[in-house]
Design a protein around this ligand. Sequence first.
Ligand SMILES: Nc1ncnc2c1ncn2[C@@H]1O[C@H](COP(=O)(O)OP(=O)(O)OP(=O)(O)O)[C@@H](O)[C@H]1O
Length: 469
Amino acid sequence: MSAAFSLDSFRTAKVLLVDDEPAFRLLAERFLQQQGHQVLLAADLAQAKAILVQQQVDLVLLDLSLPPVFDPQATLNALPELAGQPVIILTGHAERELALQAISLGAWDFLAKPIDPDLLAVVVKRAVSKHLLEQELNSLKRGVSAAQGLLPLVGVSPALRNIRTLIERIAPTDVRVLVTGPSGTGKEVVSKALHQLSLRAAGPFVSVHCGAIPAELLESELFGYVRGAFTGADKDRQGLLNMADGGTLFLDEIGEMPLPMQVKLLRVLQEGTFYPVGGREQKKIDIRLVSATNAQLPELVKQGRFREDLYYRIKGITLETPALDERREDIPLLIQHFLQQIAAKSAQSVQLSAPALQWFLQRPWPGNVRELRNTLESVVAIARHGVVQLADIQLLHLDVQEVSFPDVQLPPGSSLDEQVRQLEIRLLSEALTAHQGNRSQAARQLGLSRQGLLKKIERYGLQQMGLSD
Ligand SMILES: Nc1ncnc2c1ncn2[C@@H]1O[C@H](COP(=O)(O)OP(=O)(O)OP(=O)(O)O)[C@@H](O)[C@H]1O
């Protein structure tokens, strides 16, 4: 095991002790401090929740019988609100049944009072170590994704750079995000990146295509149902909301959600609770909501097809993924990225001949990145000897005549600097794509020193191209 995982190298753990007996609090506090933990004290649930709003702790020690009602069941009902760190239940012998129930509700362990200090020390250390390890793992995962520059989100255009920066800033928060843009521009990729870089990365990412599920099924799919709720419901079934608990719920094509369902979703977002279809037991969930649409939601609001109150609830921060034709400098990188993916799947290298590459670079892509990817996959499938020729493309696209070299179309009205930047990116990525990411060969073709090429690669963020020496 690497040094990064050694438990001794972890920071001091924060333990929150919730117990109404002042003498027990005092003794337990001293004992836990001697064990090297930092201790926070609360006499009831309200105090405990107030502390948890203010700061993160690594463990909660929770007495079941707390003021003002001293009802262990009431304390148990609050367990989901304490999720986020392990909870150890402290209980009298008579409450053993309740303690077992607590474990089934997600508590980490339970200790019977009077408490054996040695046992307390061991159980606390085990729970705290687990929590710190999980945190370490999450931060390593986030670090890896960040170091890879959000690899799944390929692109060097200003729009893509902007989206990447925003993702890095807002991913660790729970702010709701609405991703808008035409079909196939990467809205789901953006949503997944938000999840991967969030504190919820170890939790589930549940994707729901609101337009693909028939209106009459959407409610039971989202909320789940109880046995007997309708004909055919022969047992309880969890809904997608429940499955996303602790993670991210991605509502794709939210503009297609039927109005009655919008009302129900609004209630979940306002209260954080819902009832399964036919059920009486309220469920509580902790999700981060990311929604996506290719529709103009404000237009749908004006037409009365989308609730205004829901629009403002889901909007949070809006990220826009532009059409591929508005950021054509991303095309060579995307081609290289998809070629590498195809090669990894088929375990053999694939490349485009120069005319084939030009065809890809010159063509409009109304279906955006999805169309580019599908087209690439289909021409690679019919190519021979691992090289796609223009003739292969002609077999599938009868309109292919010939391609012109070099074709440098730049957005009208852009400044000279911007035109030079785009032209450089384009020529560099074309050379790198033509040589399958080999820097030395690309430098030779461009008449640059290797060092000069490396500098430009760094300046334009072209490291994403999967480079070799
Ligand atoms: N920037 C990108 N980097 C890498 N792959 C991308 C990028 N953008 C899109 N893709 C790929 O393009 C395809 C379409 O992307 P995605 O499904 O995220 O688009 P979308 O905008 O959500 O589409 P729709 O509106 O139809 O649901 C996927 O295969 C995805 O992996």
